[in-house]
Design a protein around this ligand. Structure first.
Ligand code: BGC
Length: 439
């Protein structure tokens, strides 16, 4: 019975070569509709940033908020693609022991942004900039803010949050300009004249900037972590005379095969009907899909004597990190199981991970087809994120799916890991915003 159930699951989760090609073409269509201002599941937000030259230099503050943690640092851009980060401060948005969770709906935007401003203050106060905190004559320090949620902007210094994702519910932020909210919080903290938020940047764009700062061949960047999204350098964006980095918000792409498990996850989420691609692909949701499938197998009696731990009854109790532990075998002590059932759990984790990698590859092919319909130029895709970096076999599956979907005569597509570039990318964004000729 277990064998049949696994075969059935494999059929349901499999993304064939035909699927890859269809998804790629539909992704390309949605990109082009979004770019030309028509209704599309892809929002195609211009970032108001061009590709860096690699010679940007100076010292900047960087802030990164994208989900469970917030980070700040001082970044010294040295030009020639080189940089140094100092005074990195990392804080979790929640602490179960002291009972706070800044992602909850009873928390206000002011409270969240006061927390973020506090992290910036901390990074600043231990840096060589600290004298500016007590001087009324120093020039303010320019800050780049990587904000990893869908927002629209008309210039680089603003960002109006469209909706939260990744199950965040903090009130009073949707519809507001997060640049203004941050500036107001910095003022409340008494450092409004010391720190100047100059650039609001999506984390994919930050990853792009960091990778392209070091390697000018980069033309696409993707995050495959807690959330998922991809940006690329568009040569002909309507309204721009220069190439501009476009944030596709690909997590919301809607044309994707759906299983009953996906449907149930979506219906129980905070944003049913939205982020359907991300919900099949990213770390926030992969663990939850895994939990729902294992519980279903258990209820249907396919898992012998294995009883999932009681905490598994809570949504999102299983993370993609737990899946990594199951796949590497390091979690054997957490899940004491007979070999047969252990195999089943590993197989379920592998099937979900493989589907995620193949879906991501299909969307990348869609972007490459849009950029270069005859595949005549080389392309470099920079990828960051815990799934791509951490899930065993994930990077290999993604590259294999790319080769499967691309014509064998296609020009080379290089995929490179570009880990941890968000803060540096935010600083590069601030540097670009300060150039006389920014977009
Ligand atoms: C957000 C994107 C972000 C991605 C990766 C998604 O949930 O909508 O803006 O880039 O997560 O963090």
């Amino acid at each position: 019975m277990l064998k049949q159930a696994l075969t059935q699951l494999e059929d349901n989760l499999s993304i064939s070569k035909t699927h890859i090609l269809t998804i790629a073409s539909r992704f390309q269509e949605h990109m082009e509709q979004g770019l030309s201002g028509n209704i599309s599941s892809l929002k195609m937000f211009p970032s108001y940033l061009q590709a860096p030259r690699g010679n940007e230099s100076g010292t900047f503050l960087a802030l990164d908020f994208g989900g469970s943690n917030a980070r700040a640092a001082v970044v010294d851009l040295k030009g020639e693609g080189k940089f140094l980060q100092f005074n990195r401060v990392v804080r979790s948005l929640s602490n179960p022991d002291s009972g706070y969770d800044l992602r909850a709906s009873d928390v206000t935007g002011e409270e969240l942004f006061d927390f973020l401003a506090g992290i910036v203050h901390k990074a600043l106060s231990v840096s060589s900039f600290s004298p500016v905190l007590n001087s009324s004559t120093s020039k303010p320090v320019s800050l780049g803010f990587a904000f990893s949620f869908p927002y629209h902007q008309r210039r680089i210094g603003e960002g109006f949050l469209l909706n939260w994702g990744k199950e965040i519910q903090t009130s009073g932020v949707v519809g507001k300009d997060v640049g203004q909210l941050l500036s107001a919080a910095l003022r409340r903290l008494g450092i409004g004249n010391v720190v100047r938020p100059d650039a609001i940047i999506n984390d994919t764009v930050a990853a792009f900037l960091t990778a392209a700062y070091q390697d000018p061949s980069v033309d696409i960047a993707s995050i495959i972590g807690t959330g998922h999204n991809t940006c690329y350098l568009e040569q002909r964006a309507p309204g721009f005379t220069e190439p501009v980095i476009i944030n596709t918000e690909s997590g919301n792409f809607s044309v994707v095969p759906e299983t009953a498990y996906d449907h149930s996850l979506d219906q129980q989420s905070n944003n049913p009907g939205e982020q359907l691609f991300e919900k099949k692909l990213s770390g926030k949701y992969l663990g939850e899909l895994f939990r729902q499938i294992v519980l279903d197998f258990f209820r249907r009696g396919f898992l012998g004597n294995f009883a999932p731990p009681a905490c598994w009854n809570h949504p999102y109790a299983v993370s993609s990190k737990d899946m990594t532990l199951i796949l590497t075998g390091e979690g054997n002590h957490l899940f004491p199981l007979p070999e047969h059932e252990r195999y089943a759990l590993r197989r379920i984790a592998l099937l979900l991970s493989k589907r995620s990698a193949r879906l991501a590859a299909a969307s990348l092919i869609g972007i490459i087809q849009h950029l270069d319909p005859h595949f005549t130029k080389p392309h470099t895709v920079a990828i960051d994120g815990s799934l791509y970096e951490g899930l065993p076999g994930y990077a290999g599956e993604l590259t294999a799916a790319l080769s499967e979907g691309l014509d064998s005569n296609a020009s080379p597509v290089r995929v490179k890991l570009s880990a941890g570039g968000t803060l540096t990318g935010a600083a590069i964004g601030a540097a670009l915003a300060n150039q006389p000729k920014n977009l």
